[in-house]
Design a protein around this ligand. Structure first.
Ligand code: CO
Ligand code: ZN
Length: 333
């Protein structure tokens, strides 16, 4: 599982450019699927279970996003320095001295124009990418080419660190749940979505296409267990979090209850999550068509949207267990 996580997190696929990560995931899930397809926005849709449900077979959508935050070249000056804008929530304080890799494989480093004080945080407008080019003609990057953080996977035992843990860890949980789910009376659709980081766009179209009876997302949440963090009771290693609220969604109380009951019946540790900002694919799923009851299983993650996002391996394994337990029996909300 760790090896697969390394492969998933070391793949470069910012929003809108999910082809590379989709191929990695497809190779894993194709042998496990009853049906597999890719829709117009690039979502990878994997069905497990019966295709035409009986009365009690519910159509369940489980979403994990494949894309990651990134950068996109917007201007190349005569000396070959690349100006850029962001794809998703990229913060300048994460970028000084960072390394990125363009989708075409070219690596680059980030720096800034001189600042008024060396302790200032540069704005994105002041920053540039240096790919070693000496002139515009010499620069191997064209305007519109995308890049993502370059940072190797790190195994610290229980704690695992990587760029794009958001949300390759959700993808891993979905893949492993699919592997462990031997049979299900439900019509389950695991959807590996595109463009979450720019506004849950892939989830919106795939949920519309599938028209599920209920669903949940698998994504990271924040953390409250490092120095100076207050009033957020999520810690690494205490179990996956059952989302009650985030910045964009109130989970359906019936879904919360289903998740809590299932975790308790199976002896799976869990945490209760009220996240102040941010949201997940579940928001888009909830608001599609005439509305869908949804929730979210969150994997606690430190340093979200930095090049070194950290999760706890036990939480990951328990998130897989909870996902399987939710899907293996028929659901009555
Ligand atoms: Co994110
Ligand atoms: Zn995410």
């Amino acid at each position: 599982m760790k090896q697969l996580l390394q492969k998933l997190t070391e793949t470069f696929s910012p929003s809108g450019y999910e082809a590379a990560i989709r191929e990695v995931i497809r190779a894993e899930v194709e042998p496990l699927a009853d049906e597999i397809r890719v829709d117009a926005l690039g979502n990878l849709i994997v069905r497990k279970g019966p295709s035409t449900g009986s009365e009690q077979a519910k159509k369940i959508m489980v979403a994990a996003h494949m894309d990651e935050i990134g950068l996109i070249a917007s201007h190349i000056d005569e000396n070959g320095f690349i100006r850029f804008t962001t794809i998703g929530g990229v913060y300048p304080q994460m970028l000084m001295g960072a390394r990125v890799r363009f989708y075409n494989g070219i690596p680059g480093i980030l720096y800034t124009e001189p600042l008024d004080a060396p302790t200032d945080t540069p704005s994105i407008e002041k920053m540039f990418i240096d790919v070693g080019a000496k002139s515009r003609a010499d620069c191997p990057i064209k305007i519109g080419e995308v890049a993502a953080f370059e940072r190797p996977f790190l195994d610290l035992g229980d704690r695992l660190v990587a760029k794009s843990m958001d949300d390759r860890i959700g993808c891993l949980v979905a893949i492993e749940a699919l592997r462990a789910l031997k049979s299900t009376p439900n019509e389950v659709y695991f959807v590996f979505t595109t463009q979450e980081e720019v506004g849950t766009r892939g989830a919106e179209t795939s949920a519309f296409g599938l028209d599920p009876d209920l669903g949940f997302s698998l994504d990271v949440t924040g953390w409250g267990d490092t120095p100076g963090r207050k009033h957020f009771d999520i810690a690494l290693g205490k179990g996956p979090a059952i989302k009650i609220k985030d910045g964009g969604m109130l989970s359906d109380p019936r879904i919360i209850q289903w998740m809590v009951k299932t975790a308790e019946a199976n002896g799976i540790p869990y945490q209760r999550e009220v996240l102040l900002g941010g949201t997940t694919d579940a928001r888009a799923m909830q608001l599609v068509r005439a509305g869908v009851p949804v929730g979210c299983i969150s994997i606690p993650c430190r340093y979200v949207h930095s090049p070194s996002e950290m999760v706890d391996y036990n939480d990951v394994q328990n998130a897989v267990k909870l996902t399987v337990a939710l899907l293996e029996n028929s659901v009555e909300l």
